[in-house]
Structure formats: C-alpha cells, structure tokens
Design a protein around this ligand. Structure first.
Ligand code: DGL
Length: 275
C-alpha cells in the first residue's frame, strides 16, 4: 500500500463499552476528516472489576477485530485497558501505532497543576495498577497522588443519574475513604471513561478552584500530532465517517451511548460483532 492510501485508512477506537464514546467525540472534533471505527465490548463490560489477565485477553481480542478492518492507528479509549494492556496491544499492533488514555490524562493533570496534589478517580483495576500514579510521577516527580476506585459511578453514569442529590451523596461517600487532606486536591483526574458525565457533580463536591481533568481532548490532540508526524493524516475533502460496533445489545448501546456521544443513536447505527 502506498503512503497516500495508508492515509485514507480508518482509526480504530476501542473501549469496554459505551464510555469510550466520550473520547470518540473528542477525536471527531479534533480530526473531522478521519474515518473512525469504534468497538465497544459491551458483552464483557465492565472491565474495571476483572483480573488483569482477563482484561488483557479481552483487549487483545477486540484489537484483533479492529485489525481485520485495516486500521492505521488504534486509540484505546478505555482507561482500564490502557492501564493493564497497553504494552500487549502495542506488540500486537506493531508496527502500527497505539495511543492509550492514561498518558494524555497524566499530561493534562501535570500541565494544569505542576507539583500539585492530584486525586485520581478510576476503576478498581486502574487504581490497583497505579497507572496514573506512575505516568504522573514520570512527568512530575514533585507531584502528590491519591487514587480512589469508584466502581458505582460507572453504573450511575450509564443510568443517566449524573447530577443531583444521589450522585453527590455517592461521590461524598467515596471520599470518606480518604484522609482529610486528600479530599482537597489541586486536581481531580477523571480516570474512567464514564466520569466526564459527572463533571458538574464533581465540581460541586470538590473545592472551588480544583481543576477537573479528563483525558479525552488531550488524547485527541495526541492522536492528531501522531498522525501528522507519521504523515498519516487523512486530507480528504469530505467529513469522516463513523462505524459503531459492539459485542452485545445494539438497543442499549444506542440509548446509553447516545448520552456519551452527545448525539441521538438508534440500534440501526450499531453493528453487533463476535470476537
Ligand atoms: N471504560 C472503563 C474505563 O475507562 C470503565 C468501564 C469498565 O469498567 O469497563 O476504565
């Protein structure tokens, strides 16, 4: 394949379910001419409570499905899969590039609050591996980091209960797990695809002036830079296309996913695939 053909290939975006549509939305904004294929592994969601071995196996299978579609870049929109399986996915995709969301999220937090005190909210698996802690400390050894697993917030976001008294009470309940100083961070890192939907709730629970950081826009910027540096940017005139694949439940994917993407979807927009 010559270089100009390679530019027209799609970008593959993978997540454990619908949450990664927050990242897909940022990618579409940053790269409006790129064709995108999104795969949500809804049959096996959630990944955040599973073992690293299962998460890795699932992520590699999902990536194999996207490789069959001839993608030029893989964006791992799932924080949990990025935390657990990024090296395995890079090996599988080699020599094609892979971007995860943890590294760009860490960059955004360090840029927002240099030498700051960060609180990472994420799934159990992401917290267990300390993925954000490692990525932040590599960039800013003076940073202080607390990490808190908040599994219930994944279900809350999928239910659409993103604001109001219930959401606030649940976030406050999680914060009881921390000591008093850690409840007042300089930045709160939304280390899970679902948490940007609860942004307003976090803003009302944490101190005024706390930076609330998510990785969607920094991941999209990293993807744009990488494609440019590899001369893989699609320069077609037409807007890019979007294909949505899921491993289960087209109707639920469309209903819940539409909230994450900020666009109405129907089951007809979603193709069910088997890994
Ligand atoms: N996509 C996952 C993440 O960002 C959240 C949902 C799950 O646990 O699968 O960590």
């Amino acid at each position: 394949m010559n270089a100009s053909d390679a530019r027209t290939l799609p970008i593959g975006v993978f997540d454990s379910g619908v949450g990664g549509l927050t990242v897909l939305k940022a990618l579409r904004d940053a790269l409006p001419r790129e064709d995108l294929i999104y795969l949500g592994d809804t049959a096996r969601l959630p990944y955040g409570t599973k073992s690293p071995a299962s998460i890795s196996r699932y992520a590699c299978q999902a990536t194999a499905q996207l490789q069959q579609k001839n993608i030029k870049l893989l964006v791992v929109a799932c924080n949990t899969a990025s935390a657990v399986a990024l090296d395995a996915l890079r090996e599988q995709m080699h020599p094609l590039p892979v971007i995860g969301v943890v590294e760009p999220g860490a960059t955004a937090a360090v840029e927002a609050r240099p030498a700051g005190k960060h609180l990472v909210l994420a799934t159990e698996a992401t917290v267990r591996l300390g993925a954000y802690r490692k990525a932040i400390l590599e960039k800013d050894p003076a940073a202080k980091i607390d990490e808190l697993a908040c599994e219930l917030l994944v279900s809350l976001a999928e239910e659409g209960w993103n604001g109001g008294a219930i959401a606030e009470a649940i976030v406050r309940r999680y914060l009881i797990e921390l000591d008093d100083a850690s409840r007042h961070p300089d930045s709160v890192i939304l280390g899970c695809t679902h948490f940007p939907l609860l942004r307003n709730t976090f803003a009302s629970v944490f101190d005024k002036g706390t930076s609330i950081v998510d990785s969607a826009s920094t991941t999209a910027a990293a993807a744009r830079e990488l494609l440019d540096s590899l001369s893989l940017t699609n320069d077609q005139d037409a807007p890019g296309t979007l294909r949505l694949l899921a491993t289960d439940g087209a109707t639920r994917f469309a209903r819940v996913g539409g909230q994450f993407l900020g666009q109405q979807l129907t089951y007809k927009d979603v193709t069910i695939v088997d890994l």
